[in-house]
Design a protein around this ligand. Structure first.
Ligand code: 13P
Length: 253
């Protein structure tokens, strides 16, 4: 059985005070659920990681970074290494979020290097994959998702894969209020699992957690989670409201 996994990606939001308040409210609201019944992670901006980790230290909620650089150290102004994320208490890191790919122009190859570097640094990467609207309309969803999967996981052995989570986030559903229907999500999640079986093996494909992201709200979380291959949710906007995020966590159990 794959354990449900709900992660809140705060993106470029919150400040020093509200980040701690939000984290504490999520911890209070999900007490008794987080860790035992569902893996919960919050993913704040880099500068608030340390205070969020401190604030929810014994809550069972994990903390993740929104991005990471693949070089371990050196003259890379503005970048953050896997060791730095680990050092401040992160367990997870997003790799290849669509905003990194499409706004910050990250290449497929760069995303693959980040996944590898994150694993080497002892972090659990959440590899984000997903198509643009014109790619979906042009019938190229599977082609794009397969490319993201193959380049994102390039060179990774099956034993390393146990620490990797996949997040399917159709770009047209992110921040638009236009959620993929549960059927659309299931179709692509099923495709990703089939692909994992081809790339690795059937057991690994069955064990890998595949999250859905894109306009997830408290009132659509349950029907998305009811899909066979939807194992969890990667939540943006709705993770900034503690009450709503807690309702999503409850819906995922
Ligand atoms: P929204 O939930 O705001 O659509 O964002 C989804 C997302 O990008 C999570 O990583």
């Amino acid at each position: 059985m794959r354990k449900p996994f709900v992660a809140g990606n705060w993106k470029e939001n919150t400040d020093s005070r509200s980040s701690v308040e939000l984290a504490k409210a999520v911890a209070t609201g999900s007490a008794g659920l987080a860790k035992e019944k569902v893996t919960v992670a919050v993913i704040p901006p880099f500068v608030y990681l340390q205070s969020v980790v401190q604030a929810i230290r014994s809550s069972g909620i994990a903390v993740g970074g929104q991005d990471v650089y693949f070089e371990p150290k050196g003259a890379f102004t503005g970048e953050i290494s896997p060791a730095m994320l680990k050092d401040v208490g992160c367990n997870y890191v997003l790799c290849g979020h669509s905003e990194r790919r499409h706004v910050l122009c990250e290449s497929d190859e760069m995303v693959g290097k980040k996944v590898t570097a994150a694993l080497s640094g002892g972090l659990m990467p959440i590899l984000c994959v997903g198509e643009l609207l014109d790619e979906r309309d042009g019938g190229r969803t599977e082609q794009v998702v397969a490319r993201h999967m193959k380049t994102g996981l390039a060179g990774l052995s099956a034993d390393k894969m146990s620490a990797v989570t996949i997040a399917y986030e159709p770009v047209w559903a992110i921040g638009t209020g236009r959620t993929a229907t549960p059927q659309q999500a299931q179709e692509v999640h099923g495709f990703i699992r089939k692909l994992l079986a081809e790339m690795y093996n059937a057991k690994l494909a069955q064990e890998t957690q595949i999250l859905y992201g894109g306009s997830v709200k408290a009132d659509n979380a349950k029907e998305l989670m009811a899909q066979e291959d939807v194992d969890g949710l990667l939540v943006g906007g709705a993770s900034l409201k503690a009450d709503e995020f807690v309702r999503i966590i409850q819906a995922a159990v």
